[in-house]
Design a protein around this ligand. Sequence first.
Ligand code: KMH
Ligand code: ZN
Length: 274
Amino acid sequence: MSDEVVITVAGVGAEVTRAQQPHLPLLPDEVGEEYRRAFDAGATIGHIHGRRPDGTPAQDLSTFRAYSEAIRARCPILQQFSTGGAVGMGVEERIAALELKPDMATLTLGTCNFGDDVFENSLPTVRAILERIQKFGITPELEIFDDGMLATADALIARKLLAPPLHFDFVLGVPGAAAATAENLTHFARSIPPGCTWTVAGIGRRQTAVATMAIAMGGHVRVGFEDNIYYRKGELADSNARFVERVVRIAREVGREPASVETARRLLSLPAAA
Ligand code: KMH
Ligand code: ZN
């Protein structure tokens, strides 16, 4: 187990609204400040979705450029662009910003229910997104919402479309996909190829529970408004940094420190900084 834990902040998301979470950052300067605070608290990866000023999801180049520059001007957090976007978006819209060559980009390995919606990731969609990620030399983070997506990872590796060591994100607790349980986390963590790394994103009220399990198991952790807006039952979090601070405290209690950017690059097999 590494002594360091890589903490990802998913501070914007595509579905949460300002009406639900008044501290949700939307404008580039708000996003930049929010990610700077999360970085100062111990986060080393910023998972990024785009929004228009009115809050509607937007994956376009200019929104991502503005967010990316606002974040980079304030802190060296690794930037991970979402290619999931929001449910219902077309593939080209989801990958339009990848030409900015972020450090990482997500790649969901299958379709699943997403509450009342369907998060569409047919195999042609997966291949199209992967192709664009590889065209720009970006490191993928493989998003696993369900067991079948692990089988797709194996199939892509067998066809040499992906090569370990790879980094996975187990997204647990989406209504309609795998539940946020210790059994699922253990099963997922055991199922990936040797030498790969993983993080967990617990959705809703199970966020801290699965983050704590991951820290004890040697995995890494994602927190933030995209996945959970409450600090505890009935109490909205007042910033993404508050979630980061909490997992840093938990990690330190079991002898792990938040990873620096350089350490995260090494642990997750990212290229050295240019
Ligand atoms: N907004 C979700 C439907 C990702 O970022 O790659 C998908 C999502 C996954 O958030
Ligand atoms: Zn996302």
